[in-house]
Design a protein around this ligand. Sequence first.
Ligand SMILES: [Zn+2]
Length: 276
Amino acid sequence: MTSWNEAIIPINPFSRPGTKRQLTRNIVWHYTGNPGATARGHFGYFGDTLVRQDPYDDKVDTYASAHLFIDPSESLLIIPLDEVAYHASQANPFSVGVELCIEPDLSFHPATYERAVQIGVELCQLYGLTTADFMRHYDVTRKVCPKRWVEHPEEWEAFKAEVDRRLQNGGNDMQLPTEEWGALGNRLDALYRSGTFTDYTYAVKAFGGELTASELVTLFDQIGAAIEAPAIPLSAEDANKVISFLSAAHGATADPEAKEEFHRLANELRKVSGQL
Ligand SMILES: [Zn+2]
């Protein structure tokens, strides 16, 4: 499972030449330079706006793209990773280009940053790279990109350090003491046994210290859905005690309407106690 969604743009001369890359030696990091613009917005720009350019009119054409775009709510792969994107000049044939969207105040949203860390980890694992292979666009061409990380190199170093930390931890973003992993495993085991979720793998991963934050989010979605489902307000045991009185009354009367009503009430009790 990857941490990004795919929305691949069509092959075209301006943003996706369709050329296969034989080598991935670097990950080049960019910022979009468009305050408030989203990953989807850039998918539209590179996959449609640029594609509509006319190479034969007298306007200057734009040739540009990158593989991945990250905003606070999603990460989009718009060009297959094994193809060339137009993001870092001479580094294009041997690099993957990743763009971070920026907020209206030009900052990286914490969720965008978190996604970028995850993608950094995943790309390192995919290509056998380390953060020593990460470059800012600035490091390739001296373009001031990503602006924030050019002006604050200590934040660029901190980003790489966070990716390193997760890589050393097998990509896991959750670091817990062994006993807390055990406690989490026990809680998940109990929730699984009570039927709150159905995939025991989550408990196994917790016991092994391998559960990731994004898996925990998925799990909480399932647990939340189970909790919001209609609760059973009456235990089967209590319901059956009342039902035994009703069946006695059912046997004691000869009135067909009363019999029918006792029968109906017994079934209602079976329903609310989860027996029907
Ligand atoms: Zn750039």
